[in-house]
Design a protein around this ligand. Sequence first.
Ligand SMILES: [Fe+2]
Ligand SMILES: [Fe+2]
Length: 276
Amino acid sequence: MPDLTLCEMAVDVLTTADGFEKTAKSRTYAAAWFAAREAGAPIDVGRSVPPLRPSRPEKPELLSPRDVPKRKPGSPQGRIALLHAVAHIELNAVDLHWDIIPRFAHIDMPLGYYDDWVKAADEESKHFNLICDCLKELDSFYGALPAHAGMWKAAEDTVDDLMGRLAVVPMVLEARGLDVTPGMIEIFRRANADKAVESLEVIYSEEVGHVAYGSKWFNFLCGRHNHDPKDTFHTLVRQYFHGALKPPFNEEKRADAGLPPDFYWPLADQKPARTR
Ligand SMILES: [Fe+2]
Ligand SMILES: [Fe+2]
């Protein structure tokens, strides 16, 4: 492998269009990063300009969310559509975790911050591959159906605000994944789709870590700037996230990820069932 900086690796992943090629590069670079860390000779973080939008394959066709056909989750076609939507989210997540590295490389951060996002990107790559295996078992593939356009919006909105990025991406969007994944696992369990159940369980357990990285580094930056984390979180989510957060929340997993109820309940479109 040529001597790339971490930011150059990130830009290489971001500018690779094919999904499998993207995840293969992502996993190779993550392994190189951690091997160098272990050897005590970390790869230089460097600087590199990431594209405003990552390269993506020609298919799936990207449609506005209201034009993506809805299918009943109880049917085989519905389960394919659900897995296809998850694959799309995972591929987007690969790019999100690599993007945060070069996008904000001008901000001085500890090496552990890079460890966390490289690990998260590696896990998202594994998630994409796992879900593509599930689609294959059902005679489908990523690209067979249309997918949501606008998934990159959160990244574009927070292109020059690291704390905004952390608030919206890991602490709102990925935390939402913790809320909805158990229901999805149940759908596949009822259909005796063992491979999908297993894959979604891997995703569910690893996503807690991604939300935790978000809250860890968000709190770190609040400490650096002497900001109140809860108030800052509310301000940034209201600024960058369009719409209210949707209960029910997975309070247990959110707590495991360092996200207390007084962070998200005030942003919800309902009141909590009991007073806290
Ligand atoms: Fe994931
Ligand atoms: Fe994630």
